[in-house]
Each structure stands twice: as C-alpha cells, then as structure tokens.
Design a protein around this ligand. Structure first.
Ligand code: KIV
Ligand code: ZN
Length: 388
C-alpha cells in the first residue's frame, strides 16, 4: 500500500496573512466546513494569541467541525501555547502548533539569542504543549536557511520532548527543489528517532517554487504538506493545495503516495475562497484558472476532438469543473468551429461553416476574446444569409 501524505491546510492562518484576504467569523466557519468536505486532514484555524478575534474564530471553528484535526499556531512561549490550547481544546482532535526560528539571521536579529538558548526555548515549548495534548507540531521557522547540524539538534530535541509532527518551513521561499529534498533526507537519516514523528514541509512561493519544493520534499520522505487554497498566503503565498494534490494524483506513478482529498471538491473550494475574499482566480492559475482546460489553437482543438488525452493530462471533471472548453479565436480550426456550432445547437452545412469561419477570423483580428454570443451573431449574419 502507498504511504499517506497528510494535508495540513493553512488557508485560514497563513492564507489570511495575504493582503486583502481577511475573513470574518462566519466566512471562516464556512471555509472550514468546505475544507472538511474537501478532505484535508488538519485545518490550521488561526493564531489564537494574535488577537481576541483570532482566538474566537479558532474556538468557534474547533466547536463547529467534526473529526478533522484543528491546529492553533503559537510562538514557543508558555502564554501563547496556553492561549492556543484554550481555543483548540474544543475540537474533537486538537493540535498545538508551536514554532521558533532556527536560522542564524533570525536568532540574531529577531531574538538576539544564542543557538543554545533557542534550543532550550524549543524544548520547553514542546514539553509544555505535550503536557496539554499528545498532538503537538513543532516548526523550525526559516529551516531552509538554518545550519543543518543545528536544525537536526533542535528537531531531535523536539521529538524527545513529545512533538509528533516536525515541520520544516521554507519561510522565505529561498530553497531550491533538489537541495530541499536533500535537507529532508538528511534530517530523516540523521535525527535519532525520526520515525517517531511525521515530517512536514511548509513552502513559500517567493521564487515561484513553493509547489516544486513541497513535491521534492514528499519525494524525499516528508509525509505532511502545509498548503493553502489557490496558494494564498504571506507575500507571494504558499504552495497551492490544488497543485500539490493534482501533481500527486496525476503522477502517482512517480510519487506513489495517497491523500484523503476528494479532488472533485478542489475547484468548488477555490471558487468559494475567491468569492469569500473577493479576489478572483487568475485565468492563468494552474488547475483552477479559467484557461486551465480551455483550448484555443486549431492544432490542439483538432487533437482534443480526436482524443482528449492529446492535450489533457487530467480531466476538468476530476477537479469538479464542467467540461473542457473549446475557445473560438484566431487560432481555431474549422473542425473546432463545426463542433462548437453543433454544441450550440446549429447544424450548418460546409458552405455555411466556411462563411462563419471566415467571418470569425476577421473578427478575431479586431477583438481579443470571441464569446459564444459573437459566434451566434455571425451565424445569423453569415450562415443564414447564404441560403436566403
Ligand atoms: O512560514 C513559516 O515559517 C510559517 C511558520 C509559522 C510555520 O508560517
Ligand atoms: Zn508560512
């Protein structure tokens, strides 16, 4: 049987840190329920110590969902951890997610502390969290810019103190896929008792590599992916849930892992998020963008009409979207137009199709996008004129 990769969704926490993505309580609860339907294993509901609003939202989400795990983020401080636990404890499966930075840059400039002091803070934090719940995640913030031997030491300590998930964030999106995969292999092989915890990754997208780094880490043995719907998140965002999932799904031959995501809920979930935060999905967005299953060029359209697999590596239905769209434009071929017209209910002969085709080419030079209404108007003008 294939290994399971746990999907940890942080749309409601890291995602909400995206400018303009703030959600109110009702919106967060609706999104949490949608994520549950989608099949994610863990929802990071917020950062309870950050504000009363966040505390209340995490509490309400914890009360509203079923068996799904609900995580609350907290710094490696006793007061933060207590606050997080007070909010998540209402869930059937609460998780405390505590973090501290381990890179020289962060230790020096954010904390003005020596590595030994950070190590001790991590130990104390995990020990305290583990006294409240057995489900504790520890994150070494800025792990990808940390010294590997020091990072391994901190991870070892966190496991000793009871962390059951160890998260390795690429906090500033600095890592490169091959190098990041090697870091995961190094930790899995070097840290004593690494098999006692699930290794997780959390990749930001500053260099556009969030998904690639997540996949490289999974290939190297990470078994939890921290992701957000449509990749929203701090700065350039996080690895996009739907991209990671469809890569694992489409290339199961390569990754050989399972997830519990119901892929047919991917598109509805991303669309719901877009409406909730009032930010439309870019048409170019992989998997869920309007163009992801649209074919414009004549050669592609002709291939698609013969066999969908020529230009489609996954079906729109598999992500919960209605069929492939054949877009009529200046690159379209006559066959595609014929098929489009039939789909629209027009049964024209070859001469009529040729007339409409010619008119469409002329229009396409003047107009960026040809809508069904344009095609319809040309059918009425051109095709029916021929037989008048
Ligand atoms: O990017 C990051 O390092 C984080 C941690 C708090 C997990 O969001
Ligand atoms: Zn993050």
């Amino acid at each position: 049987m294939s290994d399971k990769v746990y999907i940890f969704d942080t749309t409601l926490r890291d995602g909400e840190q995206s400018p303009g993505a703030t959600m109110n309580m009702a919106e967060k609860i609706t999104m949490a329920r949608q994520l549950e339907k989608l099949g994610v294993d863990i929802i990071e509901a917020g950062f309870p110590a950050a504000s009363q609003g966040d505390f209340d939202a995490v509490t309400k989400i914890a009360e509203s969902v079923g068996d799904i795990q609900v995580a609350g983020l907290c710094r490696a401080l006793i007061s933060d951890i207590d606050r997080a636990y007070d909010a998540v404890k209402h869930a059937r499966n609460p998780r405390i997610h505590t973090f501290i930075a381990t890179s020289d840059i962060h230790m020096k400039h954010k904390f003005n502390k020596e590595p030994e002091q950070i190590l001790e803070m991590a130990r104390k934090a995990v020990r305290h969290a583990a006294s409240l719940t057995p489900n504790v995640e520890f994150s070494a913030e800025d792990a990808s810019r940390s010294r590997w031997d020091f990072l391994a030491q901190v991870v070892e300590a966190a496991i000793e103190e009871g962390a059951t998930t160890i998260n390795i964030p690429d906090t500033v999106g600095y890592a490169q896929p091959e190098e990041f995969g090697k870091l995961i292999t190094y930790l899995l092989e070097t840290v004593p008792n690494s098999d006692k915890a699930v290794f997780s990754v959390h990749c930001h997208n500053d260099l556009g590599l969030g998904v690639a780094n997540t996949l490289a880490a999974i290939k190297a043995g990470a078994r939890q992916a921290e992701v957000t719907l449509s990749g929203i998140g701090e700065r350039a965002g996080n690895a996009a849930l739907e991209e990671v999932i469809m890569a694992l799904h489409t290339r199961k031959d390569y990754y050989d892992v399972e997830t519990s995501i119901v892929t047919e809920h991917l598109f509805p979930s991303c669309r719901r998020l877009a409406t909730t935060i009032g930010q439309p999905i870019s048409p170019y967005k992989a998997i869920v963008g309007a163009n992801a299953f649209a074919h414009e060029s004549g050669i592609h359209q002709d291939g698609m009409l013969k066999n969908r697999q020529t230009y489609e590596i996954m079906t729109p239905e598999s992500i919960g979207k209605k069929g492939t769209s054949i877009v009529i434009g200046k690159h379209s071929g006559r066959n595609a137009l014929g098929s489009k017209l039939t789909e629209m209910g027009y049964h024209l002969d070859d001469t009529q199709i040729a007339a409409v085709f010619k008119a469409i080419k002329t229009l396409a030079d003047k107009k960026e996008e040809i809508f069904d209404e344009d095609v319809e108007a040309l059918v009425l003008e051109e095709a029916y004129r021929i037989h008048d």
